[in-house]
Design a protein around this ligand. Sequence first.
Ligand code: TPP
Ligand code: MG
Length: 335
Amino acid sequence: MALELPKQTLVQMYRKMVLIRRFEERAGQQYGLGQIGGFCHLYIGQEAVAVGALTALEDADYVIGGYREHGLALARGVPPGQLMAELFGKATGTSKGKGGSMHLFDRSRNFLGGYGIVGGQIPIATGYGWAIKYRNENKCCLCFFGEAAVNQGSFHESLNLAGIWNLPVVYLIENNRYGMGTPVDLSTSIRKLSARACCYDIANATFDGMDVFAVFQNVREAVERAKRGEGATLLEALTYRFRGHSMADPATYRAKEEVEAERKRDPIPKLRQHLLSRQTATEAELTEIEAEAKKQVDEAVREAQRAPDPAPEAIYENVYSEDIPVDRLEFTGQR
Ligand SMILES: Cc1ncc(C[n+]2csc(CCOP(=O)(O)OP(=O)(O)O)c2C)c(N)n1
Ligand SMILES: [Mg+2]
């Protein structure tokens, strides 16, 4: 699978995964130093899901996620300095410092957030799917959410509509085994969560979310299906978060042995080993990528520190939109 991808793509996947890991470590550190307020949910351990999935997407496609979305934003190409500034609540952040960790947006990259309500992004993705179809566009919407969201009404209602209307949406469950402190087998009666798609007659697959190529391949197939007009797909990536749910969670509800066993599945050393063993990249090239990621993150922190706070009067801006562009109001597609 990996072999058919050009070296440049494979190395870029590694670069992004390492950047996300270093960024999240620094975000955790800066949170501890009091530079970041509010909630902060780190993506450490899940990097292969964001990077594999977003490599399969085109720039014109839409991406939407929940509150554990720093990695999604970075994989989509949001500059780390702008992202760190948002976490710091600074005016140069992706949401002008008014969104914070859970509400990252970048319209220029079709990155739609960032939602704090579990499963809240799923109906929005479904609406985007409907709009794409109505406008006759050759695009899709990729929607990330955690495994705890599959018991929300919003999930079932959305998949039902996506099934009826054959919408170009890829629903991607990041099954990291826990919803806060609750293990998935205490919240959900079935083991294979992608099987829920059968109720709505949509395509589905479960795969190793620590294997960036498995993620890429499954998402690419789902994206192609959506763009062929064959409707939605429900995907389940089996992953794990190495840290607690949020910065306030010491994760005492899981055994040390379990975490150690999961760490052996760490997607970053796995990809590193793959690149070296196939001679796709040399040790020196990968070491340089790792040093570059660290430098980028150091610079992101400096940029965030230097950036100004939002002006007090900015509190009134971006609350209501009084000048919605006409192209947002007029639908030209066929029903
Ligand atoms: C509707 C709603 N209910 C409860 C919460 C509180 N809450 C925040 S995160 C979370 C767990 C979600 O777990 P999961 O969907 O598996 O995502 P993960 O945190 O593992 O990425 C809960 C219950 C919320 N934010 N929204
Ligand atoms: Mg979870």
